[in-house]
Unconditional design. Structure first.
Length: 715
């Protein structure tokens, strides 16, 4: 018998030992917690689209200590409470005040945060005593302690109450003047002030006796409350609790701008991120967002809408302080630029003609030509996959020409960012997307590497604030939630030539004025320089002839387009490398310099040819009479040379006027670029470019008619 009991004891010991040996862990408890979605600093979404805040960090640490598998959702305060009551959530942590009324329905943890109420006003319209509330409208969020306090004290102070579903709408109402004050928790308003919102607190705060608590349904999930209290005590003991509070409640220092005005380069035809409406104002997600951030953070900006490729070069060369142009953050670009936190996540998608039924998959693109804008993620993707699918890639400098090429059959498909394609379709572009989009990266605000770090800091800080207060989402929804009309208040539909002229005649005339001013100034300067080097080329002095030859040959050997890009982007970059300081150059100045250099070399040859056309005997006869060389040139040779060269000089002015179109590459809004900007908005390429061509034709025919009259007069 003893042996039996001994064997039994050993068997039990073995099983007991096995049961406590490391092995398969018991199933982890899954805890579903609901929370608010816009209650900074307690719960809000950061720039990486990650939920964060005091409540979020505390709950994650509590779950870690208790070994819970945490599943958090952020449906909003009211919805979170409903989820808890319906059993879809096990608990709620959402800056929820512990009140006697709520205790009837919920079981609360030990308070994890003690708060107070206060009324915020705008900085301009301050309230310093509760007696001033009489006759005014005060806002509060529905179901909050602030609403309860206002209801209990309404008769005492004589104000009216306006109720809002969330803080975003409440503070927006305060900013617009619909309410005189907004009551909320002190930490919420303080955090909003620290983030730069136009708020002020001048009234004494009102203590809340209960504090914030973690809540479960009454009589259910008592183990969750016990676990929360235990973990909270441990966090307070080891200092983790204080670290979490310090992370969100310590005041952030406002970043001070280092420049009076920052120049921001951008695209000019990338709707809905940047484009020009019929009121001739540039608008879009990028424009509104950066304007809001600049206002929020207190720095001034000057926009320069010059096109994507030009914006890249301008930022690299120091012509611009930063770039915001729907620019995808890539590893290659991060070697050249410093990027902000991402402000928009996008996909790439392919678009084809709406009537095209031959393309249904990537395989159908074999042997076809696809278009993409140069320097974009779309172009990089197509280039990388061209061999795989057997298509060829055609690069475009802007969206306007790319979509026009799709319309006229020059390409069978185009690739662009998904929101851009969708916006174009919403605005009437006859396109469709035949297959699923390609996941792409994210857009970032960029500065040249190592330059203007304060701009990145201010952008990140402002972006976080706009996300937290809901203004960011309003800006995005303005352009993407069903699109936004690109028609101005005084515009008419632009599907006819009359409509285009009606809405854009002033802008076209402004573009023409820039073109004429650029051509005239450049030609006058080129005429002066050209005559000087023409005389050098005709001089008996070998040194002067050599100087003239070098000048003419060098300028004529460089294409005007290349010269323009080099002068505008390359020269400032070289000066920065030498001096260490940015030396930006204006687009108009660069255009004048390049046209002067280019045209003067041709004028020099025209002058030299005119002088050579005068019979050599006249120079010899004059010199034989003892007349000096310079006097002979001035009195005998040049008057005849002028008559000879007039037709050629007039022709060169016509060429100069047409060459001004090349300067559009650096973003000067002359006549051609003006047309491109208009097409980017209304997508009427045939009508707009036809109108631009007609304007050029009329102007040049008029110049040629005047030239013939002048020529006849000289004859």
């Amino acid at each position: 018998m003893k042996k039996f009991f001994l064997s039994l004891a050993m068997t039990l010991a073995v099983f007991t030992g096995l049961s406590i040996m490391p092995g398969k862990a018991a199933a982890q408890t899954t805890v579903k917690i609901a929370s608010d979605n816009a209650y900074a600093p307690f719960e809000f979404q950061d720039t990486n689209k990650q939920w964060t805040g005091i409540d979020v960090d505390i709950m994650q640490e509590v779950a870690k200590i208790n070994g819970w598998k945490l599943e958090m959702s952020y449906p909003g305060f009211d919805a979170a409470v409903q989820d808890l009551q319906s059993g879809q959530a096990n608990g709620v942590i959402a800056g929820m005040s512990i009140t006697d009324e709520r205790k009837k329905t919920f079981d609360f943890s030990t308070p994890y945060y003690t708060s107070a109420l206060t009324i915020a006003t705008t900085k301009e319209n301050k309230l310093t005593s509760y007696s001033q509330l009489k006759g005014k409208a005060i806002g509060a969020k529905n179901g909050t302690a602030a609403q309860t306090w206002l209801q209990e004290n309404q008769s005492k102070y004589g104000y009216t109450i306006k109720t809002y579903s969330d803080g975003t709408h409440m503070f927006a109402a305060l900013a617009s003047g619909n309410i005189a004050g907004a009551m909320d928790e002190v930490p919420v308003i303080s955090y909003a002030i620290q983030q730069g919102q136009d708020l002020a607190i001048n009234l004494p705060s009102i203590s809340l006796p209960g504090g914030y608590g973690f809540a479960v349904m009454k009589g259910k999930n008592a183990n969750l409350v016990t676990g929360f209290n235990k973990a909270l005590a441990e966090m307070k003991a080891n200092g983790d609790y204080d670290k979490i509070l310090a992370k969100y409640t310590v005041s952030t220092t406002k970043i001070k701008p280092k420049k009076a005005v920052y120049t921001i380069a951008s695209d000019n035809s990338f709707a809905p991120f940047e484009f020009q409406d019929t009121n001739k104002q540039f608008t879009g997600i990028d424009v509104d967002l950066l304007n809001a951030i600049a206002k929020q953070e207190g720095f001034k900006i000057k926009w320069n809408f010059i096109g994507f490729a030009a914006a890249l070069n301008a930022t690299q060369s120091g012509q611009s302080d930063a770039m915001m142009s729907g620019m995808s953050i890539t590893t290659a670009r991060q070697s050249v630029f410093d990027f902000s936190n991402p402000y928009y996540s996008s996909n790439l998608t392919v678009a084809i003609e709406k009537t095209d039924t031959s393309i249904k998959s990537w395989a159908d693109l074999k042997g076809k030509v696809l278009g993409a804008k140069n320097g974009t993620a779309s172009y990089d993707y197509l280039t990388a996959n061209a061999k795989k699918y057997g298509f060829t890639v055609k690069a475009f400098s802007d969206a306007t020409s790319m979509y026009a090429s799709l319309g006229n059959g020059a390409v069978v498909a185009v690739m662009d960012d998904e929101p851009v394609i969708k916006y174009a379709i919403a605005q009437g572009q006859q396109m469709k997307t035949p297959f699923a989009p390609i996941p792409d990266g994210q857009y970032g605000f960029a500065v040249k590497k190592g330059q203007n770090p304060e701009l990145i800091q201010m952008f990140n800080q402002g972006l976080a604030t706009l996300r937290a207060n809901g203004q960011y989402q309003k800006i995005v929804d303005k352009y993407l939630a069903g699109g936004t009309s690109n028609q101005g208040t005084n515009s008419v539909p632009e599907n006819t030539m009359g409509g285009i002229i009606h809405n854009n005649w002033q802008q076209i005339l402004q573009g023409l004025a820039v073109t004429m001013e650029l051509a005239i100034i450049s030609f006058v300067l080129a005429l002066i320089v050209g005559i000087i080097f023409g005389l050098f080329a005709s001089s008996p002095n070998i040194v002067l002839r050599g100087v003239a030859r070098v000048y003419v040959d060098l300028n004529r050997s460089i294409p005007l387009l290349v010269l323009t890009i080099f002068v505008f982007y390359g020269v400032p970059n070289l000066l920065q490398m030498i001096t260490g300081h940015q030396s930006p150059m204006g687009e108009f100045t660069a255009g004048v310099i390049c046209l002067t250099l280019n045209e003067s070399s041709y004028i020099s040859e025209i002058v030299r040819g005119g002088i050579k056309a005068v019979p050599l005997g006249q120079m010899e006869a004059s010199r034989s009479l003892g007349i000096p060389y310079l006097t002979t040139m001035r009195r005998v040779i040049l008057p005849q040379a002028v008559k000879i060269t007039i037709p050629s000089l007039i022709n060169q002015f016509v060429i100069t006027l047409k060459d001004t179109t090349l300067v559009s590459v650096i973003g000067l809004a002359e006549l051609l670029l003006t047309g491109q900007i208009i097409v980017a908005r209304n997508l009427q390429a045939f009508r707009v470019y036809g109108l631009i061509g007609l304007v050029y034709m009329i102007v040049l025919l008029l110049i040629m008619w005047i030239a013939r009259r002048v020529e006849k007069k000289f004859k």
